[in-house]
Write a protein that binds this ligand. Sequence first.
Ligand code: NAP
Ligand code: GCO
Length: 266
Amino acid sequence: MNLNNFSLQGKIALVTGASYGIGYAIAKAYAECGATIVFNDVNQELVDKGLAQYKADGINAHGYVCDVTDEQGVEELIKKIEDEVGTVDILVNNAGIIKRIPMIEMSAADFRKVIDIDLNGPFIMAKAVIPGMIKKGHGKIINICSMMSELGRETVSAYAAAKGGLKMLTKNIASEYGEFNIQCNGIGPGYIATPQTAPLREIQADGSRHPFDQFIIAKTPAARWGEAEDLQGPAVFLASDASNFVNGHILYVDGGILAYIGKQPK
Ligand code: NAP
Ligand code: GCO
């Protein structure tokens, strides 16, 4: 077996919303495997924060301001990247938001906002990079899905609808563009300690752990939250030639949550 198949030497990887959190950890792993890193975020402040962090880690990343829901802006971004860096080989659709609101209290505007960023965004990004990938003769698209691509829970109806949709968008891109040597797969992270999940882990006034924090530990056979770094190996695999015959798959990286019925009562 050729271990060089895991190398990303000479590849250009675009990771959306990668100033910090899961996107940053994935981009850092890609850089360590030889890829040139390009990322975008919603405003200059975030991009500057990301650029400073990449620099501190010895990575010469290219950062751009771009909202993934802005179709024209995304087309301009891809053109700019082609001119300034080159054609994208690897796209990671990482940018995402969550709104935790009981469904009957949620406005349609809030529901649409989540669907727009978490589902329309990956569609807009993917459709902008696929023509370049077809010309180049290969491409990897990795969509960051969720436990909510499979499961529901209170307050996250929009997020679950978007991430369930993203799972099916993944399968459809694989079906439609597999013949062009484009592989589109998803990563379904379990509960990962990032700013997005910080409200679920806040220490309570009496010093005890947040009830949701305890719930997640009990639901996870690994009995811990994931770290963004837990996603690095799977993300490198799906971006590399080692996964050239893996297409339309969602790789859940969840410490076993989806395999587990839950702790039996004592
Ligand atoms: P995060 O800490 O909130 O980071 C998400 C990034 O995306 C932020 O930089 C955010 O910018 C950016 N973003 C938001 N809207 C954007 C837009 N319209 N255009 C461009 N960038 C935008 O989230 P994370 O926890 O690292 O999660 C990253 C991805 O993994 C998300 O898709 C999330 O749903 C998914 N995920 C997370 C977990 C978890 O447990 N943390 C588990 C499963 C899946 P702002 O700072 O301005 O919002
Ligand atoms: C929530 C969480 C999740 C996770 C993640 C799970 O409120 O339930 O934020 O949805 O972030 O996507 O995989």
